[in-house]
Design a protein around this ligand. Structure first.
Ligand code: PXL
Length: 289
């Protein structure tokens, strides 16, 4: 089938965690409901995420990924997007470069999953951080949080609220490393707002989507955000619209979960909110930054 007869296809290179609603467990339903075919390339299988549910059972799938890539090479099937997230080793970073080379016209989205709140996630070595930095320079779109943005720039993570000048400078410096679209998640601004930020180099636009701030953190919200953003871009959203769609969806889903008083370690209750993603109303809550 050619592109006009089938849904756009996205190779998603992330882990599969059994409990805790993160990575492929949330990416697959969110992108599917938005009309994108997701082809999962699991980097590892874990019983849970690594954020507070004890030590997960874990199998690394680097060997599997190598074989899967070789198989896809023989098939020669087109892919409209390659989207990478939680990577476990430098070898897996190299495999992602292999996927980028296999589908050179695909939109390359790198969610540089490395850490949050000023700290690296468990198991992220300096070599792996360097590998993810290098991978990000080849991306069309990156979606770091503030900690990851600092790591990509080789700077110390700064948790103080950002002035508009600082926010713009951060976005521009990240884009100067390669990506056309930079989206920074979860930034506190000196205006008192809590927002996601976007730089769209092609159109020269700086944007923000402001969110209600709730005093709770759930794992997997960054994955959900990047998945909705990616599917929006694949379906023709501008970067500002795609960011706003993802912001609104994560905000609704976090608030829903908060309202149930659910254990935050189990992630967000997207089962309650996935239907929102089928609505056709255009997101327009973004503002210039
Ligand atoms: O949501 C990011 C993420 C993805 N995958 C695994 C994780 C985390 C964050 O804790 O542990 C396995």
């Amino acid at each position: 089938m050619n592109r006009t007869d089938r849904p756009a296809r996205c190779a998603a290179v992330h882990d599969l965690s059994g409990l805790g609603r993160c990575s492929l467990s949330v990416i697959l339903p969110a992108m599917s409901v938005m009309g994108v075919q997701v082809c999962p390339l699991p980097t590892a299988v874990l019983s849970t995420h690594t954020g507070g549910l004890g030590t997960p059972a874990r199998r690394d799938l680097t060997d599997y990924l190598t074989e899967a890539l070789a198989h896809y090479r023989t098939l020669g099937l087109p892919m409209e997007c390659v989207y990478t997230g939680y990577l476990g080793s430098v070898a897996q970073v190299a495999l992602c470069q292999g996927l980028f080379a296999e589908w050179p016209t695909a939109m390359k989205v790198v969610d540089p999953v490395m850490g949050d709140h000023g700290k690296l996630y468990h198991g992220f070595t300096p070599e792996l951080v360097q590998g993810i930095r290098e991978l990000s320079t080849h991306a069309d779109v990156i979606t770091p949080n503030l900690t990851e943005a600092a790591l990509l720039l080789g700077e110390e993570p700064n948790t103080a609220p950002l002035s508009l000048g600082q926010a713009r400078s951060l976005l521009a410096r990240l884009s100067a490393q390669g990506p056309d679209v930079v989206v920074i998640t979860g930034a506190a601004l000196t205006t008192g707002e809590y927002a996601n930020l976007c730089y769209d180099r092609e159109r020269g636009g700086y944007w923000k989507s402001v969110s209600e701030y709730l005093p709770v953190r759930y794992p997997g919200t960054g994955d959900l955000f990047a998945a909705v953003l990616t599917a929006g871009l694949m379906q023709g959203d501008s970067p500002a619209m795609a960011m706003d769609r993802a912001t609104r969806y994560v905000e609704i889903t976090v608030k829903t979960t908060f309202g149930y008083g659910a254990d935050s370690r189990e992630g967000v209750m997207l089962e309650r909110t996935l239907g929102w993603l089928t609505q056709k109303e255009l997101p327009r809550g973004y503002r210039t930054l």
